[in-house]
Design a protein around this ligand. Structure first.
Ligand code: ATP
Ligand code: MG
Length: 382
């Protein structure tokens, strides 16, 4: 059969004529510009074409061609095909069994056209990803609205309730009751503040607006400060034990170059979880190790633990384990922690056993500097 080579080149397609019984193929078209090798490299045997077909697409493509041949019907198939540079391009292959009258039965042929559709496939893939992302955002929005209606409303209800009580009956309350109502209002307002801060942190990290502010940090002082703060918040119900690598203690401690605000946020979140999800009296441990170029924090509790199914989703926003009962929370803390750890190029791992306890391990790459020559103002522990 004669083909107009210039017409084929003008279309930018590859044309083939394949003999089904012998497996012989003749090729036409500008192979170099589409597949990066000359036409001769395709050979005259069908096995070369088959060999360059993406392995996972082979069975599907062959059965489509076989079916078309059995039913004497045209076919259109899409598959990945190997380019000379080793990558795969997407091909649309449209073929038709050649009119039987033209050929004798022993020489049944298929003629077809292969077209590079990689750009279209990429656009489809981008659109697919965009759709998935949009669906995720919608789910997140729904979860946020659910959460907002519950988590924002609960503290607001108590603020309004106790304020009304104080407004109407404060003259009847003795000072201790008065103080306790005010404390409840304050706690509820603090819960709201934390929630708003968390939501803002998520959107700031998501928008990529956060940059690390690295400074030599006195880890020992930072950790003591965090623990003291948490002991007050949790009314000293648990023993918080700090164990520091020797090189971080003493008069001349090693000072890691880290973002102290971010480390504070990470540790505060992990420690408040450890306290929140264990019973009063159960100890919570913060252990810090350091090596040449990283610092590792271990936060360990002996609390309620995390069921295996929940471990898989722990860092997803708004995810809370099924065993939290009435312990309040929004499921945002660990999501933010993970983002902050990533920002610091670190890693976070968790090991947990239900009713036995949980350990979070955070590893932060950093360099250490000696405190020599630094004035206290240059050392941070915000
Ligand atoms: P918040 O956003 O106020 O911190 P939260 O504590 O529920 O709320 P995360 O800190 O993100 O949210 O934790 C997610 C879930 O992981 C928790 O709801 C809890 O089920 C589980 N979890 C986290 N830390 C612990 C822990 N130390 N022990 C047991 N469960 C934990
Ligand atoms: Mg939490």
């Amino acid at each position: 059969m004669q083909y107009s080579q210039s017409l084929i080149k003008a279309f930018g397609d590859l044309v083939y004529e394949r003999c089904i019984s012998s497996g012989q193929v003749s090729w036409h078209g500008d192979f170099s510009s589409i597949l990066g090798y000359p036409l001769e490299d395709m050979g005259t045997d069908n096995s070369v074409w088959l060999d360059r077909l993406y392995p996972e697409d082979q069975a599907r493509v062959l059965s489509a061609i076989e079916e078309a041949f059995e039913q004497w019907q045209p076919y259109t198939i899409e598959y990945r095909f190997r380019h000379n540079n080793g990558s795969y391009i997407w091909i649309q292959d449209r073929g038709i069994p050649k009119d039987a009258i033209e050929t004798d039965a022993a020489d049944l042929k298929i003629v077809g056209v292969m077209r590079d559709i990689s750009d279209r496939k990429q656009a489809e893939l981008d659109m697919h990803h965009a759709l998935i992302r949009e669906r995720e955002l919608n789910q997140l929005k729904t979860r946020f609205i659910d959460l907002a209606s519950h988590e924002f409303r609960t503290p607001l209800t108590s603020i309004l309730g106790f304020t009304e009580l104080l407004e109407q009956y404060s003259h009847k309350f003795d000072p201790e009751v008065h103080r306790s109502h005010l404390r409840r209002i304050k706690n509820a307002a603090q819960r709201l503040q934390t929630l708003v801060d968390d939501v803002l942190s998520v959107s700031r990290v998501d928008a990529g607006n956060l940059e690390l502010e690295l400074a030599p940090t006195n880890i020992a002082m930072l950790c003591q400060d965090i623990l003291q703060e948490l002991e007050v918040v949790f009314d000293n119900t648990h023993a918080c034990r700090l164990s520091l690598a020797e090189s971080l203690q003493g008069d001349r401690p090693l000072l890691p170059l880290v973002d102290a605000k971010i480390i504070r946020h990470i540790l505060t979140n992990l420690l408040s979880n450890a306290l929140k999800y264990s019973f009063p009296g159960e100890p919570v441990d913060l252990e810090i190790h350091c090596a040449k170029n990283h610092i590792t924090f271990f936060v360990t509790d002996q609390g309620i633990g995390i069921p295996n199914d929940d471990l898989l989703h722990l860092f997803e926003p708004f995810h809370r384990a099924c065993n939290v009962g009435k312990i309040p929370g929004t499921g945002l803390g660990l999501h933010i922690v993970e983002r902050y750890v990533n920002l610091h190029n670190g890693t976070i791992m968790v090991a947990s056993t239900v009713n036995s306890g949980t350990q979070f391990r955070v590893n932060i790459p950093c360099i250490f500097i000696d405190d020599f020559g630094l004035s206290p103002q240059n050392v941070s522990f915000p």
